[in-house]
Design a binder for this molecule. Structure first.
Ligand code: ATP
Length: 304
């Protein structure tokens, strides 16, 4: 089967990361360790994941007219991603400040900058990219009205729309009804369903509530417990691979990118989720966002 086209519409950020013994609490100043800068942003991470895992990918994003924006464009070109980058003359490129502790937990603050001005009008100028897409994946680091516009337009053009609803926010029913698949983590699933999601049984209840809101298929990611699929009235739990995690940053992004690649290759939801869990497990064994995204050959060579 020919590979289908994947379009990612989302954010591009520069991550500034500090490692520390623990995450600071309110009002606390702590001395951290190593500092490094990494390209990031959920949209960019997912586009890079698709490219490295062998998918045919286009990416629509917006950056500032600054050094971070220029570096991002260069990077996307180096990764072989067909990029439609809008440039905002008034706002800086997005930046994320990330702290990672000894237990691989993280704490992130994002200044969206130009990502917050990616508008439906911009997307109208990239209609050719939407028309070519078989799968469109989005996240919530760009304006919700833009996500809704793309979901409407892509559905009209018969593409399958996947939403990774991160970071968590309330979603209009109209958007949920357009989705082929939604991939919340536990916090996001709780916000959408109103049900606490702390174990697989609760994830099942949350997934069926989200499905009742109109989403065709639901996959709730459960960190080191793997992922729970709800599709065509059936639940299926895919366990995570056992690895020693050092940094879970971008685990969700790698999961989503890998999931799209597998779906675009014609695999079913269960096989695609298994592939996604495998790719995400490799990512958590490495530091950083895009620096931790595996290449396709790592999945076949390495059993993490
Ligand atoms: P993040 O925000 O850290 O990128 P997330 O909260 O969006 O992640 P998670 O549910 O934590 O998403 O993780 C996504 C997937 O990554 C999981 O479904 C699982 O397959 C994999 N994963 C996450 N943590 C681990 C871990 N400790 N060991 C193995 N796999 C993991």
């Amino acid at each position: 089967m020919d590979q289908l086209n994947i379009l990612v519409v989302g954010s591009s950020n520069t991550d500034m990361v500090i490692k520390a013994a623990h995450l600071p609490s309110a009002g606390e100043t702590i001395l951290g360790g190593e500092f490094f800068m990494n390209p990031g942003g959920k949209g960019a991470n997912q586009a890079v994941a698709v490219a490295r895992l062998g998918g045919k990918v286009s990416f629509i994003c917006k950056t500032g007219n600054d050094i971070f924006g220029k570096q991002s464009l260069q990077l996307f070109q180096d990764e072989g991603i067909e990029t439609f980058l809008f440039s905002d003359p008034h706002n800086p490129s997005g930046v994320a400040l990330i702290t990672i502790d000894d237990k691989a937990e993280n704490c992130i603050v994002v200044a969206s900058g130009a990502n917050a001005t990616l508008s439906p009008d911009d997307l109208k100028k990239a209609d050719g990219a939407i028309s070519k897409a078989d799968f469109v994946i989005m996240q919530l680091e760009i304006p919700l009205e833009t996500v809704v516009y793309v979901a409407d337009r892509a559905t009209e053009l018969s593409a399958k729309v996947i939403l990774n609803p991160a970071p968590a926010c309330m979603l209009p029913d109209h958007l949920l009804e357009k989705l082929y698949l939604i991939t919340p983590n536990q916090t996001e699933a709780e916000m959408i369903s109103g049900i606490k999601v702390e174990n697989i049984e609760q994830a099942k209840i949350a997934a069926s509530i989200i499905h009742q809101k109109g989403v065709k298929n639901v996959i709730i990611t459960l960190g080191q417990e793997g992922a729970l699929i709800f599709s065509e009235g059936q639940y299926h739990h895919v366990p995570a691979l056992k690895v020693s995690a050092i940094d879970t940053t971008a685990a969700g992004d790698v999961f989503n990118g890998a999931l799209c690649v597998a779906l675009a290759e014609g695999k079913n939801l269960i096989a695609s989720t298994e592939f996604a869990c495998k790719a995400a497990a490799i990512a958590v064994t490495k530091l950083g966002a895009q620096s931790s995204i595996p290449f396709r050959n790592e999945l076949s060579l390495k059993q993490p």
